[in-house]
Design a protein around this ligand. Structure first.
Ligand SMILES: C[S@@+](CC[C@H](N)C(=O)[O-])C[C@H]1O[C@@H](n2cnc3c(N)ncnc32)[C@H](O)[C@@H]1O
Length: 209
């Protein structure tokens, strides 16, 4: 399985149309969480199974992973989970998908690709323009969660989000996880690997003000 695809490739200019919330979920009024770069979606399958009072949406750029995840959702008849294929930046920048950002309670970026070479930084999913797009549509009080094991990437993401005056950092110590999209602190696949390897995890939470 190819681990990396170039998100700037023209292959991703054409985007998947996301159906309305009523078509996506059995109960479209539930709180909605969006996970960007969800890979095969195991984290979201675990969350959707345990937290039936939330809806979950995953966006992933590797098409085969999304096809398999969509099939699994259908086979298991899961009604609070949906996957979308494509570059999250292009998808969420599209007028037809604006309703997603307008309706999410929270967004997570879990262990996004670091793209270590400076000339490839523009392939990183968190970009100032993308954070602007998010901040323009997100409702006040909505949250962004970031997590990575790469300190440089954390600093870059933290700088990019903190530079947007519509977001304020929340002290993790004051954060009540029980009411969040992940009350049981379920781990992503990458996170489990990082913990097994005893590496550091850098994380932050931001609120739209
Ligand atoms: C290192 S993996 C982490 C997967 C998962 N979040 C975890 O914590 O286990 C990063 C994922 O983000 C996806 N990705 C990278 N850039 C993306 C983009 N612009 N839009 C959507 N997905 C993207 C990659 O294909 C990959 O599956």
């Amino acid at each position: 399985m190819r681990q990396h695809v170039n998100p700037l490739s023209r292959n991703f200019n054409e985007i998947e149309r996301i159906p309305s919330l009523i078509e996506l979920f059995a109960d479209s009024k539930l709180n909605l969480h969006l996970d960007i770069g969800c890979a095969a979606g195991e984290f979201l399958f675990d969350l959707a199974f345990v937290n039936t009072s939330w809806n979950y949406l995953g966006i992933e750029i590797r098409e085969r992973l999304v096809k398999t995840a969509k099939l699994k959702v259908r086979e298991r008849e899961i009604k609070n989970l949906y996957f979308v294929f494509g570059n999250a930046i292009n998808i969420l920048n599209d007028d037809h998908s604006k309703f997603i950002l307008e309706n999410v309670k929270s967004i997570s970026f879990n262990f996004p690709d670091p793209w270590f070479k400076k000339k490839h930084y523009k392939r990183r999913v968190i970009q100032p323009d993308f954070i602007n797009i998010i901040s323009n549509s997100l409702k006040t009080g909505s949250l962004i969660f970031i997590k990575t094991d790469v300190k440089d990437l954390f600093d870059y993401m933290d700088f990019t989000i903190s530079n947007n005056l519509n977001f304020k950092n929340i002290d993790k110590k004051d954060f009540n996880y029980s009411k969040s999209f992940n009350p049981n602190k379920i781990k992503t696949n990458r996170e489990k690997l990082v913990i097994d390897n005893k590496l550091d995890i850098f994380e932050s939470i931001y609120i739209k003000i």
